[in-house]
Design a protein around this ligand. Structure first.
Ligand code: KG4
Ligand code: ZN
Length: 347
């Protein structure tokens, strides 16, 4: 099989998505979002999201196949996100994918959605170099990975000890009165602000804590510092300079991520940094990573914006990697794993 064709299905959170990838080529990519149904609650409501997946599953998969001019008979395998994510949401996607695979007699891979976020870069930049470093920044994860051999061997080098970067942005956004998800609003306002207007701590970068945790992250202090500052300004009757608050927060978070990622590249002797996850859509982080990469002689591979947030292409791409590597498909009775560890690439 020269260039495997894989149908990828995603339903971990509030996006139902399906895509077809052949080798390193994206043939179709369909995303349906239930985001608007959650906005008024200020966060994703799992029951509403699961129901939306049940409604969108067949239309999404049908459109992905139609857009690629294919039927299920043309694909070599089906891949579906088995975790991490919301249990009820995962169950809808996995059950649907099992039905498709069983009916068509195609092998099925239950894959790790977070590893998909970095796998997707291959559609733009080609295969991973061996022994490379990856930075995962999604709503729930902020981790540095050592990808020794994609998709066979992945280790966690560092991770957040508290909030993920995306979570930190979403929490500050709520404080500033932005609707859910707040990350993109902070991004937009930050573009007009002064990144040095207010002092925001850079967690685990200095002193003993920094030395003990060179590759770990902490963003809850960042969130608290911004919250305190905003509260004290309000108490004094001053107007909040929203753009400056956003710019200072974004600069602090992006700087920590870029510094630690570059240090990791040096440590692991990698001149490539793979980046992925919803938060990699953040423009301040993208600029900072490219700037630091240039300074350190590291090629930074960030997905195009539409492939940063949850999508089926990343699932299909990781599926192609598993097929190419000769990894056995998942057993027919594989379960979802809402807390799937990053070292586990497929079920
Ligand atoms: O990977 P993802 O789509 O969902 C998870 O699997 O967790 O990531 C969603 C996260 C949210 O926290 C959202 O606010 C953040 O990514 N995000 C952004 C931007 N776009 C999405 N954060 C900052 N700036 C953005 N442009
Ligand atoms: Zn995600």
């Amino acid at each position: 099989m020269s260039e495997p064709i894989v149908l990828g299905i995603e339903s971990t959170c509030d996006e139902t998505a399906a895509a077809i990838v052949q080798g390193r080529t994206l043939l179709s990519n369909v995303v349906a979002s239930s985001m608007e149904e959650h906005a008024r609650y200020g966060g994703v409501i799992p029951e509403i999201a699961s129901r939306a997946h049940a409604e969108a599953f067949v239309p999404c998969v049908s459109k992905a196949l139609a857009d690629a001019n294919m039927t299920l008979a043309d694909v070599d395998a089906v891949a579906v996100s088995a975790g991490p994510g919301l249990a009820g949401c995962l169950a809808v996607g996995v059950s649907g994918a099992k039905a498709l695979a069983w009916a068509s007699g195609k092998p099925l891979y239950g894959i790790n959605h977070v590893i998909g976020h970095i796998a997707v870069t291959q559609l733009q930049f080609g295969a991973f170099p061996p022994d490379t470093l990856a930075l995962i920044v999604s709503g729930g994860h902020t981790s540095l990975l050592h990808v020794e051999d994609m998709p066979r061997k992945i280790d966690v080098v560092g991770t957040t000890l508290d909030d993920a970067a995306g979570e930190c942005f979403d929490k500050v956004a709520r404080l500033l009165g932005f609707p859910y998800p707040g990350g993109p609003h902070i991004d937009r306002h930050a573009q007009h602000g002064d990144p040095h207007a207010i002092r925001v701590p850079q967690g685990l970068t200095q002193g003993k804590a920094g030395a003990a945790h060179p590759y770990d992250f902490s963003f809850s202090g960042v969130k608290t510092a911004v919250a305190r500052w905003v509260e004290s300004e309000q108490a004094d009757g001053r107007e909040i300079p929203v753009d400056d608050v956003c710019a200072s927060l974004a600069d602090s978070v992006a700087t920590v991520l870029a510094r630690k990622a570059m240090r990791g590249c040096e440590q692991y002797d990698s001149n490539t940094l793979i980046v992925g996850g919803g938060f990699s859509a953040n423009s301040q982080l993208r600029a900072k990573l490219l700037e630091y990469g240039e300074k350190h002689g590291v090629e930074v591979r960030i997905p195009q914006i539409k492939l940063c947030t949850d999508n089926g292409a990343m699932v299909a791409m990781l599926g192609v990697n598993l097929v190419e590597a000769g990894v056995a498909p998942s057993a027919p009775d594989f379960a979802i794993d809402s807390a799937m560890p990053l070292t586990k690439v497929s079920m």
